[in-house]
Design a binder for this molecule. Structure first.
Ligand code: NAP
Ligand code: MG
Length: 504
């Protein structure tokens, strides 16, 4: 079915990418009209927030605004931590380190279990807040992010008094004071990935959330306070890249952990290397899916859709390059179009929404720049999603490109948006070499009916995670992390614990 045919069977009218009206169609039965089902619970947000340092809140200072990207309405004023405030937080974490690391491990575990339980109890509030601050659909924050956050704390609480079993033959001890800098795409989940293992291993922390999504990390500070976590063990400071840079260059950290762009990761690596500070980096990706002609195509299409349009494609491991075996290319493209047309883009607070708001104006500009580049370099855009976009907020209708060459910018660079590049291959060898032809190595997906092929291909792909006949599945016991420019070190599982202990 061509785009034009699709456009004629839907009947709804919407704006196309250039702002003109166009008819878009989904085949009968694919897209139903639902009544809006917005989340109605109101969450209290303070007008201004200070930092959470040494078990206390500082007076808000030199603030900036965090907004709701779906409405562009301000949510709160957030403080920008100065270098002096970073220093105060580091000193608080240093003072707390001795008592916290000497606490019997099962007592440490109790605090972490309490945090996990409070996250469960406050999960609805946290999901709503996450969606308001980040733009991600409520069904993702409610069913994916927040449950995983709680699981992470539960999982690591369980390890706290069993570290000797995690590292048989060695004696683990805490690394010390950890500086942790996280991005905006999974705000509370990234905070959990950083804090839970650090606390379980007896370290203390200073964590900085991203500038556009600080609210759930600040709520987590409240939870730490509620459960009586000793002061200084967790310090949450907010700010922009300058606060991050002040953390990276502070000599008081024994370890830095960073998740974010490769560009900033390299700067942090330089700062850490100059002092011999321990470091883990979780960076960007350009992850490939490989779909073979023996795959269950409908299942693969569902996984591909989920892999690239989940969280508006603002996922470091998004399956953003799709390699399709040549003889099934037309079939896969036709099915992808039908499924793409059925996605609902719009109010992230609506429980029916599949694709929410892009996190910021800067991110939307970046995505649009790549979409324009894809077209100007000669790839063909398939822009068949019929959603009518709200008049305010940052929105990008999901789309994909065919006719993509490996040399095209959209096949090489991380877009971090709901944009898929489709390429083809003939032999498994060609698929592997094309998939590995990237500076990144975070994740990959393989779609085939043959178990032997899965093992053969997975072994040869240079990616930290390889999902087989599924995609974007996370579990706290499963290590996550990259190769090459996607970073080093792992988060989750025993491998993730290793990043927070010294072994003797
Ligand atoms: P980013 O610009 O690198 O920001 C990440 C964090 O670093 C934010 O807290 C940011 O603060 C801070 N920061 C900015 N400049 C800094 C500096 N010079 N020194 C120290 N810290 C600094 O990345 P982003 O745009 O927020 O996130 C998107 C990127 O993260 C993508 O490339 C994505 O692939 C990657 N990511 C990777 C993973 C993974 O697990 N591998 C997970 C999620 C995201 P501000 O917010 O104030 O700028
Ligand atoms: Mg925000």
């Amino acid at each position: 079915m061509t785009d034009t045919q699709l456009a004629h069977t839907n009947g709804s009218t919407t704006l196309d990418r250039n702002g003109s009206t166009a008819d878009h169609i989904a085949p009968p039965g694919v897209r139903w009209n639902y009544a809006a089902a917005p989340e109605t619970v109101k969450v209290t947000i303070e007008p201004r927030y200070g930092h959470y340092i040494n078990g206390d809140w500082t007076k808000p200072n030199s603030t900036f605004t965090t907004e709701n990207p779906a409405t562009q309405k301000p949510l709160s004023e957030i403080s920008n931590a100065s270098a002096a405030q970073v220093d105060t937080a580091v000193k608080a974490a240093r003072a707390a380190l001795g008592p916290w690391s000497k606490l019997p491990a099962k007592e440490r575990a109790k605090y972490i279990f309490r945090i996990a339980r409070r996250i469960q109890e406050r999960s609805r509030e946290l999901a709503i807040l996450e969606t308001m601050d980040s733009g991600k659909p409520i069904k993702e924050s409610r069913d994916v992010d927040i449950p995983l956050v709680a699981q992470h704390f539960f999982y690591h609480a369980g390890w706290a008094d069993k570290l000797a079993y995690a590292f048989p033959g060695a004696t683990p001890s805490p690394i010390g004071v950890c500086g942790q800098i996280i991005p905006w795409n999974f705000p509370l989940l990234m905070a959990a990935w950083k804090l839970a293992p650090a606390l379980a291993c007896g370290n203390t922390c200073v964590l900085k959330p991203a500038e556009t999504t600080p609210l759930t990390a600040l709520r987590l500070a409240e939870i730490c306070h509620e459960v009586g976590l000793p002061k200084g063990v967790v310090n949450i400071i907010t700010g922009d890249g300058r606060t991050g840079a002040a953390m990276a260059s502070h000599p008081g950290f024994d370890k830095l952990a960073f998740t974010g762009s490769t560009e900033v990761g390299k700067k942090i690596a330089l700062a850490a290397a100059s002092r011999g500070t321990k470091l883990t980096l979780e960076l960007g990706g350009k992850s490939p899916h490989i779909i073979f002609d023996d795959a269950s195509i409908d299942q693969a299409v569902e996984g591909i859709i989920q892999g690239i349009y989940f969280n508006q494609g603002e996922v470091c491991c998004a399956g953003s390059r799709l390699f399709v075996q040549e003889n099934i290319l037309d079939q896969v493209v036709a099915k992808l179009k039908i499924r793409l047309a059925s996605l609902r883009v719009g109010d992230p607070m609506d429980k029916n929404t599949d694709v929410g708001a892009v996190n910021s104006k800067a991110q939307l500009d970046q995505i649009n720049r790549y979409i324009a580049l894809g077209q100007s370099e000669g790839a063909q855009i398939h822009d068949v999603n019929p959603s009518t976009l709200p008049s305010s907020g940052y929105w990008c209708r999901p789309c994909f490109f065919t006719g993509v060459q490996p040399s095209h910018t959209i096949a090489r660079e991380e877009i971090f948006g709901p944009v898929l590049s489709i390429l083809s291959f003939r032999t498994p060898e060609e698929a592997i070499s094309r998939a590995n032809n990237t500076p990144y190595g975070l994740a990959a997906g393989i779609w085939t009916d043959k178990g032997s092929k899965i093992f053969e291909i997975a072994r040869k792909l240079k990616a930290g995670v390889v999902w087989c006949n599924t995609y974007n599945k996370f579990d706290p016991s499963s290590p996550f992390g990259g190769f090459k420019e996607s970073g080093f070190g792992r988060e989750g599982g025993v491998q993730g614990l290793r990043a927070y202990v010294n072994l003797h």
